[in-house]
Each structure stands twice: as structure tokens, then as C-alpha cells.
Design a protein around this ligand. Structure first.
Ligand SMILES: NC(=O)N[C@@H](CC(=O)O)C(=O)O
Ligand SMILES: [Zn+2]
Ligand SMILES: [Zn+2]
Length: 347
């Protein structure tokens, strides 16, 4: 049995680091990744190149000495985003992508796009400059069943946008359905999809197992088991279009344990151990490097990281905190529901 694997340092192509005390508390848990695409859904959101540069400095200040992490900043697309600012920020190396949240689709998305025709000039400028659009792919129409919102978004929004904007590079963020997998496969080199750690582990039953489990509630919400299996198959396939975006999304327990608790799973502390477990279970440990370390870099036009990490399978379970402190708040770490025998080592 394989008991040790070495990978090029992984990257996280979808990460929430927040701000203030939360930023200080969670950033060290992602410090071992190489590059990370940093989500801009702060309150207020990161909407200009200047704001992205300032946020990047706050992240760098929160990193421990010697951390590998290089934050790759994004802008939050709104109805009033200035195409010239997007293009200039990308040209100057400040941003690496633009994030599309349909208004109201998820946590802190109130400033998101309400009318896709309004952002057409931005999308056209992005296609021209080769700037990827990262998409939270769910419709917000309350008449659409929450479990169908990803599939309906693909038909009603994503496919029309891609048809109207040839050449636009698109990342379907945190896909959760076989529809998402199939659509990602139908595109060419300019279409990629991130898959989270938690969606490889939980299905919708986990959220309602003997009671409501708020720490398994995220958006897009976990779907039925057939979809989880499709995601596992895609992630472990080695295909270049699928890559890791943890969507590690910390919230104070105070905000999650509420009559209307917010969405997000905090997976940064144990992601690599969980992924090794999942890939081993599917007989695909040799493809973990493609998913976590190679495919995303290639999509973003970056070389893979040169240095390596090592994961070792031991008889004793890896210890990780059940919760961490962030200022006065407690944040619960994602519990995969099984012991983690893969330990992350320094290479
Ligand atoms: N995934 C989530 O459930 N929550 C994310 C937002 C997002 O990525 O949609 C968050 O910012 O908390
Ligand atoms: Zn999202
Ligand atoms: Zn997210």
C-alpha cells in the first residue's frame, strides 16, 4: 500500500480569506498553498484595482514568515464595473480574474450583477485581454428549486454569455452537479471548473442527518449522491479542465448557528488530508497532483510550483482543531466524518 506521496505544491483556485481578525486567523491555514485565487466578496466588496492592491497587502501582512502563499486577487463584478479599470489592473498584475456573483445568489453577493447586458462591455474587454471570469453559477429565481439552480443557470445564463462572448475564459466555480461536469466537458480550453473538497465528501443528506447540520451548509448546496459521485469521477479523472478550488469559507459560529445561518464550509486546515483520503479511496492517488497542483496553474497560464509537499499515511489519525479562534469569535473546521490518516509534511 502506498504510504507516502510527493506532489508539486498545490494551489487553491477559490479561497475566502475575509478581512480583519478573521483574515489574521484563517490566512495561516492556507499558507502552505502556492497560489490562491482570493474571493472579493468582502463587505463592502473589492470592486476596483486599488482596493484589490490594498487587500493584497493586508493578506501578505497576515501571512506567517516563510509562507508559500501568493494571493491572486480578483475584482467583484458589479453593474457599474469600469472595463478600463479591469484591463489596467490585469495588465499591471494586480488582478488575475473577475468574479461574477448573480445578485443575491450567495454570502455577501448583494452588490452582484442584476442585469447581464449591463456588464457586456466588461465581458468583451475581458475576452479581448484574456482575463478569466470566475462564475458563481446559480440562478437566484426563487421559483427555481434550490437543487436545480446550477443546472438552470447553465442553460439560462452561462451558455448564453459564452455564446455571446466568444473567447471569454470562464471558470465554473464550485460545481456541484453532473450537469456542471457535463457542461465543463462540453467546452474547449477556455472553460474550466473548480471542485471543492467538501463537495467530494458530503451529499445533501449530510445537511439533514438526524437534525440540521449548519456546518455542512454551503452554496451551492450539496446535491444528491449521484452528483457527488460525478464530482469524484471528474476530480479524479486527471482531466485538465477540473481543478481544486477549496471554497474554504470561514464564518463565525455565531453567524452560522442562527435561525437563518449563513453558507460556507471552512476546509483550509484539513483540505489536503481529506483530498488524499478521497483520491486513495478512488484508486487515484497518482492523479491528485493533476487536480491540486497542475491543472489550475495551466488554466491560468502559470507554471506549476517548483517545490513539493509530501503526504504520509500513518496508523494514527492526523490531528486538526475542531474550531479555531478569530478575535472574539469561534470558527468550526469542516468535519469530513472520517479519521484522516494522511498527514501533510514538509517536503
Ligand atoms: N460557498 C459558500 O457557501 N459561501 C461563500 C460564498 C460562495 O463562494 O458562494 C462565502 O463567502 O461564505
Ligand atoms: Zn460561490
Ligand atoms: Zn466561495
Amino acid at each position: 500500500m502506498t504510504d507516502s506521496i510527493t506532489l508539486r505544491r498545490p494551489d487553491d483556485w477559490h479561497l475566502h480569506l475575509r478581512d480583519g481578525a478573521m483574515l489574521a486567523a484563517v490566512t495561516p491555514h492556507s499558507a502552505g498553498f502556492g497560489r490562491a485565487i482570493i474571493m472579493p466578496n468582502l463587505v463592502p466588496p473589492v470592486v476596483t484595482g486599488d482596493q484589490a492592491a490594498a487587500y493584497r497587502d493586508r493578506i501578505l501582512a497576515a501571512l506567517p514568515n516563510g509562507a508559500a502563499l501568493q494571493p491572486q486577487m480578483t475584482l467583484y463584478l458589479t453593474d457599474t464595473t469600469d472595463p478600463a479599470d479591469v484591463v489596467a489592473s490585469h495588465r499591471d498584475g494586480i488582478i488575475h480574474a473577475v468574479k461574477l456573483y448573480p445578485a443575491g445568489a450567495t454570502t455577501n453577493s448583494a452588490s452582484g450583477v442584476t442585469d447581464f447586458d449591463r456588464v457586456r462591455p466588461v465581458l468583451e474587454a475581458m475576452a479581448e485581454a484574456g482575463i478569466p471570469l470566475c462564475v458563481h453559477g446559480e440562478v437566484t429565481d426563487p421559483a427555481v428549486d434550490i437543487f436545480d439552480r446550477e443546472a438552470v443557470f447553465i442553460d439560462r445564463v452561462l451558455d448564453p454569455i459564452r455564446r455571446k462572448t466568444p473567447g471569454l475564459r470562464v471558470v465554473m466555480e464550485h460545481i456541484t452537479t453532473s450537469d456542471g461536469v457535463d457542461y465543463a466537458r462540453s467546452g474547449g480550453d477556455g472553460l474550466g471548473a473548480t471542485i471543492t473538497t467538501h463537495h467530494l465528501v458530503i451529499n445533501r443528506n449530510h445537511i439533514l442527518a438526524g437534525g440540521i447540520r449548519p456546518h455542512y451548509y454551503c452554496l451551492p448546496v450539496a446535491k444528491r449522491e449521484t452528483h457527488r459521485i460525478a464530482l469524484r469521477e471528474a476530480a479524479t479523472s486527471g482531466e485538465g479542465r477540473f481543478f481544486l478550488g477549496t471554497d474554504s469559507a470561514p464564518h463565525p459560529d455565531r453567524a452560522k448557528l442562527q435561525p437563518c445561518g449563513c453558507a460556507g464550509c471552512f476546509t483550509a486546515p484539513n483540505t489536503m488530508s481529506i483530498l488524499a483520503h478521497v483520491f486513495e479511496e478512488d484508486g487515484a492517488l497518482d492523479r491528485l497532483e493533476a487536480f491540486a497542483s497542475l491543472n489550475g496553474a495551466a488554466f491560468y497560464g502559470l507554471p506549476p510550483n517548483e517545490d513539493r509537499i509530501r503526504l504520509t499515511r500513518r496508523d494514527t489519525a492526523a490531528a486538526y482543531p475542531a474550531t479555531i479562534r478569530a478575535g472574539d469569535e469561534t470558527v468550526t473546521v469542516f468535519d469530513p466524518g472520517f479519521p484522516l490518516y494522511w498527514h501533510l509534511e514538509d517536503a
